[in-house]
Design a protein around this ligand. Structure first.
Ligand code: SAH
Ligand code: SF4
Length: 394
C-alpha cells in the first residue's frame, strides 16, 4: 500500500499545528484538543476519533498518513524479560522494537530509521545500510504498541516477569538507526513522549543514544530537549575509533568531547557513555585508560555491552577474563561503570543490535522474519548506493 506523498503525519504536528489544521478546515479550535487527546492515547486513525463529527473524520482520514504497523512477530526471551516485536509499516518497511521488563520498570527500545547509513562495522544495522527515515508517528507508534501490549494484557501473565509494570515507564532510542540523523522525527517524538498531558515520561525516563553526530548534540543542547543523552563511544583513541565508528573521521574525539562537555554545561544533565566491548579490539589496557580519562572529564557513567556476534562481522565477543579486567580497570580509575548482560535481561542499552535478527540473519532471527530479511538483503544490494547517498542530515 502506498502512502500519498502529501499525507500528513499527525505526530509531526505540535499542539499549535493541530490548531492551525482546525482553522484551515474551518473547524472550531477545540477540535485540535480533541484530536490531541486521541493522539496521546495512541489513536491516530480518524475513524476511531469518535467525538469528532463524521464529516471531519472522513476529511482527516484522507489527510493523515497511516502509521499503524502490522505486528509480524513477537518473540519472548530471557524468561519473559525481553519481548521482541517485529513491526511492518504500510509501505512494507519492517523494524524491530524491543520491550524489556524488570520489576517496576518497562523499557521500550525504539528505532528511528529503517537501517542506518553510518556503517559501524560491528553493528548489524550498519551492515544492512540505510533504507528510509521513520516519521515521528512511526517512532511514537512503537511506544504505543508496546504500551498497549502491556495494558491490554496481550502479553500473557505467564510471559511477564514478577512485578513488571502494566505500562511503559522508560524509552530508549537505541534501536535501528541514528536518532540525530533523523532530528525532526526524534524531536517531535520526544515532545509527545514527554508531554505531561500525553505519555508524560520524565527526561530521566527517555534516553537518546547517538554515535556522536556533533551538530545534532549541539542542537539538542540548544533546544534543551528533555532527555538523557547516551554517547556510543566504543573507542577512546582516534586511530581505533576511525575504524569502529566511521563518523569519527568527520567528528573526531576531541570535537565530540567538547560538544558533550558543552551539552552537560548547558543542560545540566548527566551523560552516559556506551561501550560495545569487542574481543581483542577495544578491550585492552590502553583503551581502558583512555576511556577512564574521558569518562572522568565528562563525569559520565559507562555502560559496557559485550559485543553480540553478528554474521559477516569478523570480530568476536570478549572473553570473560578480559571483560572483567577491562571493567575493573576502569572502575579502579574512579569511573562508574556497569556491565550489561547481552541477552537483554539487564540490557537497557544492549538492544541496538537485536534487529540483527532479521536484517542480516543472526542466529536469533525471528522465524517469521526470514522473508523480511531476504527482502532487506535484496534491497541492501540493489539500493545501497542510492540509499547511502541519501538522507543523513547531521
Ligand atoms: N545509532 C545510535 C543508536 C542505535 S545503536 C548509536 O549508535 O548510538 C544502539 C547501541 O547498540 C549502540 O551503543 C551500539 O553500539 C550497540 N550495538 C550495535 N551493534 C552491536 C553488537 N553487535 N553488539 C552489541 N552492541 C551493539
Ligand atoms: Fe548506525 Fe548506531 Fe549501528 Fe553505528 S551503531 S551503524 S550509528 S545504528
Amino acid at each position: 500500500m502506498s502512502v500519498a506523498p502529501d499525507a500528513l503525519d499527525p505526530y509531526a504536528l505540535t499542539r499549535e499545528g493541530l490548531v492551525d489544521l482546525a482553522v484551515e478546515l474551518e473547524e472550531p479550535a477545540y477540535r485540535a484538543e480533541q484530536i490531541h487527546g486521541w493522539l496521546v492515547r495512541g489513536v491516530d486513525d480518524p475513524n476511531e476519533m469518535t467525538n469528532l463529527p463524521r464529516s471531519l473524520r472522513a476529511i482527516l482520514s484522507e489527510r493523515f498518513a497511516p502509521t499503524r504497523p502490522e505486528l509480524v512477530a513477537h518473540r519472548v526471551g530471557d524468561d519473559g524479560h525481553t519481548h521482541k516485536l517485529l513491526l511492518r509499516f504500510p509501505d512494507g518497511e519492517a523494524i524491530e522494537t524491543v520491550l524489556m521488563l524488570y520489576p517496576k520498570r518497562a523499557t521500550v527500545c525504539i528505532s528511528t530509521q529503517a537501517g542506518c547509513a553510518l556503517g559501524c562495522p560491528f553493528c548489524a544495522t550498519g551492515q544492512a545500510g540505510f533504507r528510509r527515515q521513520l516519521t515521528a508517528g512511526e517512532v511514537v507508534r512503537q511506544v504505543v504498541v508496546a504500551d498497549a501490549a502491556l495494558r491490554s494484557g496481550a502479553i500473557a501473565d505467564e510471559e511477564l516477569p514478577d512485578g513488571a509494570p502494566d505500562h511503559v515507564t522508560n524509552v530508549v532510542y537505541m534501536g535501528m538507526g541514528e536518532p540525530l540523523a533523523n532530528l525532526p522525527a526524534t524531536l517531535a517524538s520526544v515532545r509527545w513522549l514527554h508531554d505531561p498531558d500525553g505519555f508524560g515520561l520524565s527526561a530521566r525516563s527517555i534516553t537518546v543514544s547517538t554515535v556522536g553526530l556533533v551538530p545534532g548534540i549541539r542542537k539538542l543542547a540548544e533546544l534543551g530537549l528533555p532527555v538523557t543523552l547516551a554517547v556510543s563511544l566504543h573507542a577512546a583513541t582516534d586511530d581505533l575509533r576511525d575504524e569502529l565508528v566511521p563518523i569519527n573521521v568527520t567528528h573526531p574525539l576531541a570535537e565530540l568531547e567538547q560538544a558533550v562537555r558543552d551539552y552537560r554545561r548547558t543542560t545540566n544533565r548527566r551523560v552516559s557513555i556506551e561501550w560495545c566491548l569487542i574481543g581483542e579490539v577495544n578491550d585492552d589496557e590502553r583503551q581502558a585508560d583512555a576511556l577512564s580519562a574521558i569518562a572522568r572529564r565528562l563525569r559520565a557513567h559507562v555502560n559496557v555491552i559485550p559485543m553480540n556476534p553478528t554474521p559477516g562481522v569478523r570480530w568476536k565477543e570478549p572473553s570473560r577474563e578480559r571483560t572483567r579486567a577491562f571493567v575493573d580497570r576502569v572502575r579502579d580509575r574512579g569511573v562508574e561503570i556497569t556491565l550489561r548482560d547481552t541477552r537483554g535481561r539487564d540490557a537497557d542499552a544492549a538492544c541496538g543490535q537485536l534487529l540483527a535478527s532479521y536484517t542480516v540473519g543472526a542466529g536469533t532471527r525471528l522465524p517469521a522474519a526470514v522473508g523480511a530479511a531476504r527482502r532487506v538483503d535484496e534491497l541492501a544490494t540493489a539500493d545501497r548506493g542510492a540509499a547511502q547517498a541519501g538522507e543523513v542530515s547531521s
